[in-house]
Design a protein. Structure first.
Length: 146
C-alpha cells in the first residue's frame, strides 16, 4: 500500500503544487493488503483528485491508515474544506450526482468518479465511505490484510 500511495501522491504533485495544497502522509512501511493493485490505485487516484478539487481553507490533504482489526486496514484521504451536506452523503455515490454543480463545472468534474469507486469496491467485496469532520472531509476504503 505504501508504494501505491506514494505513486498516486507523485502523480498528483503538480496539481497540488499549482493549487498550493500541502500533503501529509501517515503511512507505515511494509503494509500489505489483498486487492487488485490497479483497482485500488483507481480508487485512490479518484479520492486524491476529489481532495485536490475540493480542498480549501488550510489547503491540506492527509493520507493515513487506521488498523480496524487484524484482518482489516482502512486507508483514508482527508482534505480540509467544506463538509458534504448530510442530505447528500448517500447520493454522492450515484452516477452523475453533483453536490455543488457550479464548483464541479469550474474544474470539469463529470460526477461519475465516486460511482466508479463504489463499483470497484463492490467488485472486491470491500467497503468504502465518507465522513464529515469539523475541518473537512475524509473518504476511506477498507481492504483485507490477510
Amino acid at each position: 500500500m505504501t508504494e501505491l500511495i506514494r505513486g498516486v501522491a507523485n502523480a498528483t504533485k503538480i496539481l497540488r503544487d499549482q493549487k498550493e495544497i500541502s500533503l501529509e502522509t501517515d503511512i507505515e512501511e511494509g503494509c500489505y493488503v489483498w486487492g487488485d493493485e490497479f483497482k485500488v490505485e483507481e480508487v485512490l487516484t479518484n479520492y486524491m483528485s476529489n481532495a485536490i478539487n475540493h480542498c480549501s481553507g488550510e489547503k491540506q490533504i492527509r493520507i493515513f491508515y487506521t488498523v480496524r482489526s487484524d484482518d482489516l486496514l482502512r486507508i483514508s484521504v482527508f482534505n480540509t474544506g467544506h463538509q458534504i451536506p448530510e442530505e447528500d452523503l448517500d447520493k454522492i455515490w450515484v452516477k452523475f450526482y453533483k453536490v455543488d454543480k457550479a464548483h464541479t463545472r469550474a474544474y470539469g468534474g463529470s460526477g461519475i468518479g465516486l460511482s466508479i469507486v463504489r463499483a470497484i469496491m463492490d467488485s472486491m467485496h470491500q467497503e468504502c465511505g465518507v465522513i464529515n469532520h469539523e475541518t473537512g472531509v475524509e473518504f476511506w476504503l477498507e481492504l483485507s490484510r490477510k
